[in-house]
Design a protein around this ligand. Structure first.
Ligand code: BES
Ligand code: ZN
Ligand code: ZN
Length: 516
């Protein structure tokens, strides 16, 4: 386990295997970013020629390792490019710290001399370091790369209470994001709905506060309860969406529920995450090129579960009810057909037109169940539509909902967490289409018109929230990275939205220390 500590001190005199500084790209050449002044001073007039010799200009994602030959206490200097933006922007800092940790090899200790003057920046440095140091090596033979034992963040704020709280927040978010990434990266054969539900229960067990002998009860914060509905319960309960999607698979569906109910909760947040452990498309089969990454189709479920554990670990005074419907969308003689009608939980009937639009079916059931616990706010997270990534690319999630103030708060939470979200509208014709296009059922599952797929999908989900304040995050783009690592974001599962959800919970609970 890597330790993350704050320390006041001069980077040029810090004893560590490697020291990291940021470099900004300016029209006047590369410039060392705040936090690295001491290193720049130690090099003095040797710095500019050194950077020029190795061709380092401070462009985004540029990285160089320089032996210090006694100029610094540490023998290795790692330079990370921060581009042309504001180097004191937490997003740039998170990225720089991530880039650095992604590039250290065999250093037992690393000192980060990046911009870290206040709690916001401290959080960004620690989060970036944790996220950039992430590696998924469960399926690689041979010994995994060794993570540094100690990461020291050099900051004048080392002793301030907000900075220390920022480290706690960053650790909780960073570790929860890593947990979500691990689940997303696990091949679907090893993360069927049953195995995913088991994994959540196992994670819950491993997090239970150890009973201290002599102390009964223990503190309320951190207490989460978990329960799982199996396929028989789901069938008996009338969860027609989850059963309908899961029936083509040899691996039966599950519905996982987490409850975190701290004393004095300021608000009640319901989280719902799409947990399709593999999406072949069903009878509306995907082309093979569209299937290769579909183990990622449970990223929403992974994110809401991991975020719930982080919220509880931080003891945020907000009640959280989390539902993760899990099913595998496969093909068989018993699979749901295009043209079938499903009766969803709560009784609404839906005409299925395209079995590849399965996410909205499992989410519909879970959203209705979520309303039964009477939450103030419902947020669902789903790798729902390719249309959303066509609109926003693979680094930005879409947010849609029935309450602009809630959407704004989510976008703001994302900005603090370093996750980009952009509002898309639910235009008035969409609910109209959802409600009127089917001749046989209450709702039409799928938009037969080519465009606006993300909007239609959200309008469909809206039918199941019972008029409650609700927002939907479509993470089909940013959940899974196939275009190579950058900054703190690795290839494969990204854990996108964990940070945003934790920050939203902090906002709802009135605890934004270490946040904005
Ligand atoms: N899981 C996919 C969406 C997706 C696509 C996630 C790419 C991640 C990357 C979803 O179930 C799906 O197949 N959606 C269809 C909907 C269509 C049939 C209305 C899509 O986007 O094409
Ligand atoms: Zn699909
Ligand atoms: Zn899907």
């Amino acid at each position: 386990m890597t330790s993350y500590t704050l320390r006041r001190g001069a980077p040029e005199r810090t004893r560590a295997d490697a020291v990291v500084v940021g470099v900004v790209h300016t029209p006047h050449g590369p410039q060392v970013a705040a936090g690295g002044e001491g290193v720049a001073a130690a090099y003095g007039r040797r710095l500019a020629p050194l950077l020029s010799t190795i061709g380092f200009s401070g462009k985004l994602d540029e990285v160089a390792k320089v032996p210090t030959a006694g100029i610094l206490r540490s023998s290795l200097l790692i330079l990370v490019g921060m581009g042309t933006g504001d180097p004191a922007d937490p997003t740039a800092v998170r990225r720089a710290a991530g880039l650095a940790l992604r590039n250290v090899s065999n250093a037992a200790s690393v000192a980060l001399a990046l911009p870290a003057a206040d709690a916001r920046l401290v959080r960004a440095v620690v989060e970036g370091a944790i996220l950039g140091g992430y590696a998924f090596s469960a399926y690689k033979t041979g010994s995994p790369p060794e993570a540094p034992g100690e990461v020291v963040v050099l900051t004048d704020a080392a002793r301030s209470r907000p900075a220390q709280r920022a480290v706690e927040l960053a650790r909780a978010v960073g570790e929860a994001t890593a947990l979500a990434r691990n689940w997303v990266n696990t091949p679907a054969a090893d993360l069927t709905p049953v195995l995913f539900a088991d994994a959540v229960v196992a994670e819950h067990r491993s997090r239970k506060p150890a009973k201290v002998p002599g102390k009964v009860g223990g503190k309320a914060p951190g207490r989460v309860t978990v329960s799982v509905l199996d396929e028989q319960r789901l069938r008996e309960g009338g969860f027609g969406g989850i059963i309908g999607v899961g029936r083509g698979s040899a691996n039966p569906p599950r519905l996982v529920r987490l409850d975190y109910h701290p004393r004095g909760a300021a608000a009640h947040l319901a989280l719902v995450g799409k947990g399709i452990t593999y999406d072949s498309g069903g009878l509306s089969l995907k082309p093979s090129s569209g299937m290769t990454t579909m183990k990622c189709d449970m990223a929403g479920a992974a994110a809401v579960v991991a975020a719930t554990f982080a919220i509880a670990e931080l003891g945020l005074p907000v009640r959280v009810t989390t539902l993760a419907p899990m099913a595998e969308n496969m093909v068989s003689g018993d699979a749901t057909r295009p043209g079938d009608v499903l009766t969803m939980y709560g009784g609404t009937t839906v005409e299925v037109l395209n079995t590849d639009a399965e996410g909205r079916l499992v989410l519909g059931d879970a959203l209705v169940l979520a309303t039964e616990s009477d939450p103030d706010v419902i947020v669902d997270v789903a790798t729902l539509t390719g249309a959303c990534s066509s609109a926003l690319g693979d680094r930005v999630a879409g947010v849609l909902g029935n309450d602009d103030a809630l959407v704004d708060r989510i976008v703001a939470a994302g900005a603090r967490a370093g996750e980009a979200l952009w509002q898309l509208p639910i235009t008035e014709e969409m609910p109209q289409k959802v409600r009127t296009r089917s001749d046989v059922a209450d709702l039409m599952q799928h938009n037969v018109d080519t465009w606006g797929g993300a909007l239609y999908a959200a309008a469909f989900l809206q039918e199941f929230v019972g008029g409650r304040r609700w927002a939907h995050l479509d993470i089909a783009g940013p959940a899974f990275n196939t275009r190579g690592p950058y900054g703190h974001v690795p290839s494969g599962g990204t854990g996108f939205s964990v940070g945003t959800l934790v920050d939203l919970a902090a906002d709802l609970s009135g605890d934004l220390q270490g946040g904005a």
